[in-house]
Design a protein around this ligand. Structure first.
Ligand code: FE
Ligand code: FE
Ligand code: ZN
Length: 279
C-alpha cells in the first residue's frame, strides 16, 4: 500500500502473523503492540513458525515496519535500585527477542524521576541505555516524548536530547513523537507545527525522529495530563493531526494511532487520514 504508513496499537495475544493480518484488514500498513503484559510480566515464548509466516506475509503486503512498545510501568529512572534493575533486565530481554524480527523499532517511556530531580533521571535513563544497547543490534530504540504528568522525564525535547547525548551507542537511538504528549507538554502543534518541528530539529535533530504516535488530546495545550482522544474529538483536531501526517519533514515515517477505539473505529480513522493525505 503506497502513501501514508499508518496503523494502530493491536493486541499481540495471537502472535505476529495475526497482528499483520488484522492491520491489513483495517487498512493499516503497520502496527504497534506491547512486547509483554503492560504490568511487566514474563513475555510469551517466541514462535519461530509464526515469525517466519509473518515475514512472508509482511513481504507480500509490502509491510516493512512495526513498533514494539515496552511496558509503560517500567521505570529506568527509578530511585529504587531494584525497580531500575527490573527495567534494565526487561529492556535487555525485549531487545534480545526483537532480533528475531530484525531492523524494527522498540519504543519506551523514559521514566519518572520521582523526587530525585530531572537531571538525576536523565543520568539514570542514559545509564540503563548504556547497559542494554549492543553494537550489533539491528533494532532502533525510541524514547517517547512525554506529556510531563507527575515527574515524567522527556516532556521537553531538551530532556530527550540530553539522554541521547549521554548514550554511547546513540546510532541505535531515536525518538517517537506522541502528538497528544507534546501538545500536553506545551508544544502547540495545532497553531505552529513548523515551529515545533524546527525546535525539535534544533534540539534533538529530525534525523532522530523515527515514528509518530498520532493521538488527539482531551485537554488543552500545556495541560500535562496525557488523556488520549479519538482523532478530531479532542483539542488538537482533525485538521492539525492530518497536517502532521502530511508535513514534508515527516514524510515516510510510520504513524501509530493510540486512540480509544476498537478495530472499526481505527479503520475509520485510518480511512479518513488516508483520504486527507491523498488529496
Ligand atoms: Fe507510549
Ligand atoms: Fe504514545
Ligand atoms: Zn499517552
Amino acid at each position: 500500500m503506497p502513501g501514508l504508513t499508518i496503523g494502530c496499537h493491536l493486541s499481540s495475544a495471537k502472535g505476529y502473523l495475526h497482528m499483520a493480518k488484522t492491520a491489513v484488514s483495517i487498512g493499516a500498513s503497520t502496527f504497534q503492540f506491547f512486547t509483554r503484559n503492560p504490568r511487566g510480566g514474563k513475555a510469551k515464548a517466541l514462535d519461530p513458525e509464526d515469525i517466519a509466516a509473518f515475514h512472508a506475509y509482511a513481504e507480500e503486503q509490502g509491510m516493512t515496519v512495526f513498533l514494539a512498545h515496552a511496558s509503560y510501568t517500567l521505570n529506568p529512572a527509578a530511585a529504587d535500585a531494584r525497580v531500575q534493575e527490573f527495567a534494565r533486565e526487561t529492556f535487555a530481554d525485549d531487545l534480545a527477542r526483537m532480533e528475531a524480527t530484525p531492523g524494527q523499532l522498540y519504543n519506551f517511556h523514559p521514566g519518572s524521576h520521582v523526587k530525585q530531580g530531572v537531571s538525576v533521571g536523565i543520568e539514570k535513563i542514559a545509564a540503563v541505555l548504556n547497559e542494554v544497547l549492543r553494537p550489533e543490534q539491528t533494532t532502533t530504540v525510541l524514547l517517547e516524548t512525554m506529556a510531563g504528568k507527575g515527574t515524567e522525564v522527556g516532556r521537553s525535547f531538551e530532556e530527550l536530547a540530553a539522554i541521547i547525548e549521554r548514550t554511547e551507542l546513540s546510532d541505535h537511538v531515536g525518538v517517537c513523537l506522541d502528538t497528544c504528549h507534546v501538545w500536553d507538554a506545551g508544544y502547540d502543534i495545532a497553531g505552529d507545527l513548523d515551529g515545533v518541528l524546527e525546535t525539535f530539529d534544533r534540539t534533538v535533530g529530525l534525523d532522530r525522529l523515527k515514528a509518530v504516535h498520532l493521538n488527539d488530546s482531551l485537554n488543552p495545550c500545556g495541560a500535562r495530563k496525557d488523556r488520549h482522544a479519538c482523532i478530531g474529538e479532542g483539542h488538537i483536531g482533525f485538521e492539525a493531526l492530518s497536517a502532521v501526517t502530511r508535513h514534508p519533514a515527516l514524510r515516510g515515517l510510520p504513524f501509530f494511532l493510540e486512540t480509544p477505539n476498537e478495530l472499526p473505529g481505527y479503520a475509520e480513522e485510518i480511512a479518513r487520514l488516508r483520504e486527507a493525505f491523498d488529496e
